[in-house]
Design a protein around this ligand. Structure first.
Ligand code: MN
Length: 491
C-alpha cells in the first residue's frame, strides 16, 4: 500500500444530554471539518469522519473496526461538547492503531454578542478535551496531542506530519527484510534480536543464500539488462566506458528486485564478506533500488535497512531525499567543523545535489572486480540522522538534528557519493552525545522526515527514543539515559 491508500478515522465525542439538535449540529460540523481538512492539501492521507460517539458501545465498535481495517492507519479524536470519558475505557484498552487527540474547536473566536448558555453547551471543547485527555493519561495510552485551530495551516501540517509517522508504523508492521548472507564478521552494532524486532516493530527478517541470488542473476536476460541500462541513461551520466561492469550491476539489480518482490520484501542487506559467486559488490544496483524506495543496509545491517525503508515510506512524495548513510571522517578545523558521511558504494541518489555520475573504481575490500557506483554530492538543507540499536531487552532509537552543507572540499579522488554536515549541538558535543547513547556508524539520513515524526513513530512502536538537538548537553543526556534504563526495565 502507498501513503495515499491509507486513511484516518475522525471520531468525535459528545453525549445525549444536550438533545438531538446539538448532536445533529456536532455531526454536521465534524463532517464539514473532515471535508475541509482534506481539501486543504495539508494532509497526506484522507481523514474520514466516522461517528459522533455517545456511548461505550459506539466507541468500542469503531475501535474494533479500526483495528481490523488495513486501510485505517490511525484514529483522530476530538470533543465538540463535553463528553464523559469513562465511555472510552473499553475502546482505548483494545485500540491497536495510532491515536491522535486533536484539541480544537469549531469556531475560531468567542462571539461577543451571540454568546449565551446554548452556545456554551454546544462549544465546550476546552472542557470536553480535558476530560478526554484525562482518560488517555490515566490509561497510559501512547498518543499524540495536537492543539490549535483546525483551519490554521500550521495545525493542519502537524496533523499531516503525524499521519506520515502513523503510516510508518503501519508499514513497519508489515515489513519484510531480505538478508543476503549474514552480518559482517565481528561487528557488534549490526547485531540484534530479530524476534524482539518482530514483536515490537513487526519486521520479518530472514536470510536467503547468496547462491540463490547468483542463480537468479544468471537467469536475467540481455533484453532486461538493455532496458535497465536505458533507465540508468535517463537518470545518470555515464562517466565510464566500461559498460560490461555497469551491465553487471543491472543484472544484480534485476535479480535482487525479483527475489524481493517475490517475497514481498521492501528492504535488504548484504555484505562484502559473502559475495560467493558474484563478480562485484552491488553498488549502483543497491543505489538504484534505494531510489525506488527499497531500504538497504551494508555489512548485513538489517536494522538500518528496515529503518531506511520505513523513513522512505513515511516521506513518500516528498523530495528532500532519504538515504542509508555512514559516518566516515571529520573536518576538525576550528570554527569550520564538519562530518563527512559516505559509504563504500551505497548512498541513495535521492539526496544528490546534482545529476549523479556512474563511475567504475576498484574496491579495496571484498576481493572482487571494480564495481560501478553512483558518485555525487548531497545537497544542502536541514536533516536528521537516525540509528536503531539493540540494548538487550529493548530497542533504542537515536535521532540527531543536522544541517547538510555543500561539501567544503571537492575531494576529486574520493570515488563515492558523499554528504557533509554540521551536527547539533556542535560537532564534538554531538559526537560525545551520539557515542554516549551508543548510536551506530550506520544511519538513515533524511531531509524529509523530522525528529518529531521519529519521536511519534517510536511512541507508536513503544520503543525508547533519544533526541540529540541544539538543546542537548552531555550532562542532561547522561541523566536521561540513566532514567531510561530504569524505566525500560520496569516496562
Ligand atoms: Mn558500513
Amino acid at each position: 500500500m502507498h501513503l495515499k491508500d491509507y486513511e484516518f478515522w475522525f471520531v468525535v465525542d459528545s453525549q445525549s444530554l444536550y438533545g438531538p439538535e446539538v448532536l445533529k449540529t456536532v455531526a454536521a460540523r465534524a463532517a464539514e471539518m473532515a471535508e475541509k481538512l482534506n481539501a486543504s492539501g495539508n494532509l497526506p492521507c484522507r481523514l474520514v469522519y466516522k461517528v459522533t460517539a455517545k456511548s461505550n458501545e459506539e466507541i468500542t465498535a469503531v475501535v474494533k473496526e479500526a483495528n481490523y481495517d488495513d486501510r485505517c492507519a490511525g484514529i483522530v479524536t476530538w470533543c465538540h461538547t463535553f463528553s464523559p470519558s469513562k465511555m472510552w475505557i473499553n475502546g482505548l484498552a483494545g485500540l491497536q492503531k495510532p491515536y491522535c487527540h486533536f484539541a480544537t474547536q469549531y469556531n475560531r473566536e468567542i462571539p461577543n454578542e451571540e454568546i449565551d448558555m446554548d452556545f456554551m453547551n454546544l462549544n465546550q471543547a476546552a472542557h470536553g478535551d480535558r476530560e478526554h485527555g484525562f482518560i488517555a493519561a490515566r490509561l497510559r495510552m501512547p498518543r499524540k496531542v495536537i492543539a490549535g485551530y483546525w483551519q490554521d495551516e500550521e495545525v493542519q501540517k502537524r496533523i499531516g506530519s503525524w499521519m506520515r509517522a502513523a503510516v510508518g508504523a503501519a508499514f513497519s508492521r508489515g515489513l519484510k527484510v531480505m538478508r543476503f548472507g549474514d552480518n559482517m564478521r565481528q561487528v557488534a552494532v549490526t547485531e540484534g534480536d530479530k524476534v524482539e524486532a518482530q514483536m515490537k516493530l513487526g519486521w520479518q527478517v530472514n536470510t536467503w543464500p547468496v547462491g540463490e541470488l547468483v542463480e537468479q542473476m544468471e537467469a536475467v536476460t540481455k533484453e532486461e539488462i538493455d532496458a535497465l541500462m536505458e533507465t540508468y541513461r535517463a537518470s545518470y551520466d555515464f562517466a565510464t566506458d566500461d559498460l560490461d561492469t555497469v551491465r553487471y550491476q543491472a543484472r544484480e539489480e534485476i535479480a535482487m528486485k525479483r527475489m524481493m518482490d517475490a517475497e514481498g520484501c521492501r528492504a535488504f542487506s548484504n555484505t562484502f564478506q559473502d559475495l560467493y559467486g558474484m563478480r562485484q559488490l552491488p553498488g549502483l544496483a543497491s543505489q538504484h533500488l534505494m531510489a525506488q524506495g527499497y531500504g538497504y543496509g551494508g555489512e548485513g545491517d538489517w536494522k538500518v535497512a528496515a529503518m531506511t525503508a520505513i523513513l522512505k515510506a513515511m516521506s513518500e512524495g516528498q523530495t528532500g531525499g532519504t538515504a542509508f548513510m555512514e559516518d566516515y571522517t571529520y573536518h576538525l578545523e576550528k570554527g569550520r567543523e564538519y562530518s563527512l558521511g559516505a559509504h563504500m558504494l551505497e548512498v541513495c541518489p535521492s539526496v544528490a545535489a546534482e545529476r549523479p555520475r556512474i563511475e567504475v573504481h576498484p574496491l579495496g575490500i571484498g576481493d572482487r572486480e571494480a564495481p560501478a557506483r553512483l558518485v555525487f554530492e548531497g545537497h544542502e538543507g536541514d536533516a536528521i540522522v537516525v540509528s536503531l540499536i539493540d540494548m538487550g531487552g529493548r530497542l533504542r532509537l537515536i535521532c540527531q538534528d543536522i544541517h547538510c552543507v555543500k561539501p567544503i572540499l571537492p575531494m576529486p579522488n574520493l570515488p563515492v557519493a558523499r554528504v557533509m554536515w554540521q551536527a547539533e549541538p556542535n560537532l564534538t558535543t554531538g559526537v560525545e552525545c551520539w557515542i554516549t547513547a551508543g548510536g551506530a556508524h550506520h544511519t538513515v539520513l533524511s531531509y524529509d522526515v523530522t525528529a518529531e515524526q521519529m519521536q511519534d513513530w517510536a511512541d507508536m512502536m513503544d520503543i525508547e527514543f533519544v533526541h540529540i538537538s541544539r538543546d542537548t548537553t552531555p550532562e542532561k543526556l547522561r541523566q536521561q539515559l540513566l532514567v531510561n534504563d530504569l524505566v525500560w526495565k520496569l516496562k
